[in-house]
Design a protein around this ligand. Structure first.
Ligand SMILES: Nc1ncnc2c1ncn2[C@@H]1O[C@H](COP(=O)(O)OP(=O)(O)OC[C@H]2O[C@@H]([n+]3cccc(C(=O)O)c3)[C@H](O)[C@@H]2O)[C@@H](O)[C@H]1O
Ligand SMILES: Nc1ncnc2c1ncn2[C@@H]1O[C@H](COP(=O)(O)OP(=O)(O)OP(=O)(O)O)[C@@H](O)[C@H]1O
Ligand SMILES: NC(=O)CC[C@H](N)C(=O)O
Length: 716
């Protein structure tokens, strides 16, 4: 007994619309899978076009080019001798589908369209594709002439079918289908499928990998079987980082797992498994009864083949070893922050071919976190170069325009690609200035320490000459309006300077090209609108725009030890301040006081608003029950005030989200206006009806409390 089969899956770093680059990575993965003895190779969702083409999926060109590339792949003889399951979009009867194309030896066996499309949060598949709503139904698909010439076939099955080899049955599931209550793998299992494939375009979100892996392990624990999961990896041209983590799971146990974050463009994993293990596992009588009581028309169309994927010599060959069960590996959230945005930045930089990054470095937590993420990128690039990763080596040489460059440290990379600047005013403290300098020194960035008071006073003078009025800070007797305007002008001038320096700093060092300006507004500031519109929060890209202040602090703590940067502790100990107002003997500007709420409270508001989908009234009810308890012990009135204040600032500042810098998506409660959190930006900030309802509840609670108190007193 024993039916040993070697299977392969992969992470591919595809790029939207990079058809030829995508083809080369697909080919590389097939060659590697074959060289490891695999008989089946699966790849990520829509891997030929790249997953994130968005509205380009509406263009017919794209479909034609996918077929062009597909033709090149299957006519390459080196891709024969292995079942290949490739993701691409296909037009059938004038309707666009998100498909798997399964072939062997240059012949297409089956085209399987996605049944349940992803359409929440960041996903809008229904905008471009139509789901194949007819379960277990198939039609005949007429191949494009160019493909027919290569394969010698005119028509192939198109629909919800499964594939039969000489030893087993294979069924394809596509990404979102795993997340649905009636996942196809359930009915496939009941119809005898032993190997399920899942090809995904699934993005990273902090603390979320376990959701995906739990679904896969639970699926195979319940149904038995081998689950091959493949995913795209990297930045393919948008705010998302696809987080790979291809894996192979057998009856609930993981036997192979690829990385979640790395700079490798092609990462193939294989496992040798025994199909008999699936059959033994399925000995559960109740499951067998469910299988035999399925209505006969519930059976899938089996595409029958005479492909042998488990040659009998496998069990006679002592070199063929069954893969061992492994522990699932997860990263801590701090590591996820260190790695995900760093990989995303690297893809962005090499694909944009810019000369590096420019970061306004203030000496505060946020820009510090951004700087440390760039440092983490430099560490990853350095270590990939050390390991001889040819792609990374060629990219770093191209970016630095130096064919001889092989970095000797992460700092050496930063010195060529990373520019930071402290842009001080008379309101800046020497501590923040020094912290910025020290950090730049530690991580090796090319640092510029400058003062821009002349610029600020010049702009204020222009205003004074034009209007005859000179605004004054509040601490010196000015109004709130004057105070804000004087702060905003400093902040906005920093943005203008940033772009000037980003354009010209490489030139001052006789280097060519311009820099990408990095923004550092965190998710909580965006939600509360605690930032100046069109200031340094307006940049080219922002690696931390989807990360909460609380997580950023944990990340800095982690990096202080794991990256050996003790200077980071100084950032953690400092009070967060914008340093836009003058410091006097009894006043230092502080973020949480300015905002009227803490960062922890903001995270809670953010989660309730977006993840739990609470309006102001529902949020108040939830928070009253939470915050009236120890350790908060807040009264209903206090909770009501906090909730109203949050919604007020959220609403008056929502317009700022329409111009926010594209940021790495990392948090479920991201308020990203462009892709993830679609809301109006002219909102009545008082939410009058919800406020009245909250007030009525507060009154009733207070009345109950008074009555209870009186009752207790009279009993005493
Ligand atoms: N409903 C609406 N729809 C579209 N646009 C609207 C609008 N309401 C105002 N606006 C526009 O927005 C402007 C107000 O926004 P904005 O100019 O940002 O000004 P504003 O939000 O009033 O002030 C910026 C806030 O960010 C704080 N802050 C804290 C820390 C650091 C920084 C920093 O920048 O470094 C800033 C600063 O203390 C202040 O509370 C209005 O003048 C108007 O032009
Ligand atoms: N003195 C400064 N020099 C350089 N850049 C600055 C300076 N002050 C502010 N910035 C830039 O403007 C951004 C927004 O400023 P803000 O004071 O709101 O800081 P923040 O969002 O709390 O971030 P940080 O914690 O980095 O100060 C900063 O992240 C930084 O990139
Ligand atoms: N491409 C997809 O179908 C992705 C949807 C899925 N919910 C995910 O986040 O992985």
């Amino acid at each position: 007994m024993g039916q040993y089969v070697t299977l392969a899956t992969c992470n591919l770093n595809q790029w939207a619309l990079d058809f030829e680059g995508n083809r080369d990575r697909i080919l590389k993965s097939i060659y590697e899978a074959k060289s490891k003895g695999a008989k089946l190779r699966i790849g990520p969702e829509l891997e030929i076009s790249g997953y994130g083409c968005l509205d380009h999926f509406l263009e017919n060109d794209l479909y034609e080019q996918c077929w062009d590339v597909y033709q090149q792949i299957i006519s390459d003889k080196k891709t024969h001798g292995i079942i290949i399951d490739i993701g691409m979009p296909i037009i059938h009867k004038s309707i666009k589908y998100n498909c798997r194309v399964i072939s062997y030896d240059g012949k297409i066996l089956l085209i399987r369209p996605k049944l349940y499309l992803a359409n929440d949060g960041n996903y809008r598949e229904m905008r471009y594709f139509t789901p194949w709503t007819r379960a277990r139904y198939h039609e005949s698909f007429q191949l494009p002439k160019s493909i027919a010439q290569v394969t010698g076939q005119m028509r192939v099955p198109f629909g919800d079918c499964i594939l039969e080899t000489l030893e087993t049955t294979i069924g394809a599931e596509t990404c979102e289908e795993l997340f649905t209550p009636q996942s196809p793998h359930i009915s496939m299992a009941l119809d005898g499928v032993e190997i399920y494939t899942n090809s995904s375009g699934s993005h990273h979100e902090l603390r979320k990998l376990d959701v995906r892996l739990n679904l896969i392990t639970e699926a195979t624990k319940k149904c038995g079987g081998v689950y091959l999961y493949s995913n795209q990896k990297g930045c393919d041209g948008d705010r998302l980082y696809y987080d790979g983590c291809a894996c192979i799971i057998v009856n609930g146990n993981i036997v192979a797992q690829a990385s979640q974050f790395s700079l490798k463009e092609v990462e193939v994993i294989t496992a040798t498994i025994d199909l008999d293990d699936v059959r033994s596992y399925r000995n559960q009588k109740s499951a067998q009864l469910q299988a035999v009581t399925q209505p006969h028309n519930y059976s899938y169309h089996h595409v029958e083949t005479d492909i042998e994927i488990s040659p009998s010599q496998n069990i006679l060959n002592s070199f063929v070893r069954l893969s061992n069960v492994k522990e699932i590996s997860y990263h801590r959230p701090e590591e996820e922050i260190a790695l995900g945005p760093a990989c995303w930045l690297w893809d962005y930089l090499r694909r944009s071919k810019c000369a590096g990054f420019f970061l306004p470095l203030s000496g505060g937590i946020d820009s510090c976190a951004t700087a440390v993420i760039v440092h983490s990128m430099c560490r990853l690039v350095y270590s990939a170069c050390e390991q001889g990763d040819e792609q990374v080596i060629s990219d770093i040489k191209a970016l630095t325009h130096d064919d001889t460059f092989l970095p000797k440290s992460p700092q050496e990379i930063a010195n060529r690609l990373f520019y930071t600047s402290f842009m001080g005013t008379e309101n800046s403290s020497k501590e923040t200035r020094q912290r910025a300098k020290d950090l730049a020194n530690e991580i090796g960035s090319y640092h510029v320490d400058l003062n821009m008071d002349k610029l600020v006073s010049a702009v204020v003078s222009v205003f004074e000459i034009a209007t005859g009025k000179r605004p004054t800070f509040k601490v010196f007797g000015g109004s709130q309006t004057e105070n804000l305007a004087l702060q905003n002008i400093q902040a906005r001038l920093r943005m203008v300077l940033s772009y000037l320096f980003a354009q010209l700093l490489p030139w001052t060092r006789s280097k060519s090209g311009g820099l990408l300006v990095l923004g550092s507004a965190n998710v909580d500031e965006c939600l509360r609108g605690y930032l100046t519109k069109y200031d340094c929060s307006s940049a080219d890209i922002n690696p931390i725009g989807g990360i909460s202040k609380t997580d950023l602090k944990k990340f800095i703590k982690y990096a202080s030890t794991d990256f050996n940067l003790p200077i980071l502790n100084e950032f953690l100990e400092a009070t967060p301040t914008a340093e836009l107002e003058p410091i006097t003997h009894n006043y230092v500007q502080s973020d949480e006081v300015d905002m009227g709420m803490t960062y922890d409270e903001l995270s809670r508001f953010g989660k309730l608003r977006k993840v739990d989908k609470c309006g102001p009234y529902a949020m108040f009810i939830k928070l009253y029950h939470e915050w009236s308890q120890s350790p908060y012990n807040l009264s209903a009135k206090q909770v009501a005030e906090k909730v109203k204040k949050f919604w007020f600032f959220y609403a008056i500042n929502r317009h700022k989200m329409t111009t926010m810098t594209p940021a790495y998506h990392a948090e479920q409660y991201s308020p990203d206006d462009n892709r993830f959190d679609l809301r109006p930006f002219l909102i009545n900030p008082r939410f009058p009806l919800a406020s009245k309802k909250i007030d009525i509840v507060v009154e009733s609670i207070e009345k109950n409390e008074r009555e209870l108190k009186q009752l207790t007193l009279s009993v005493d």
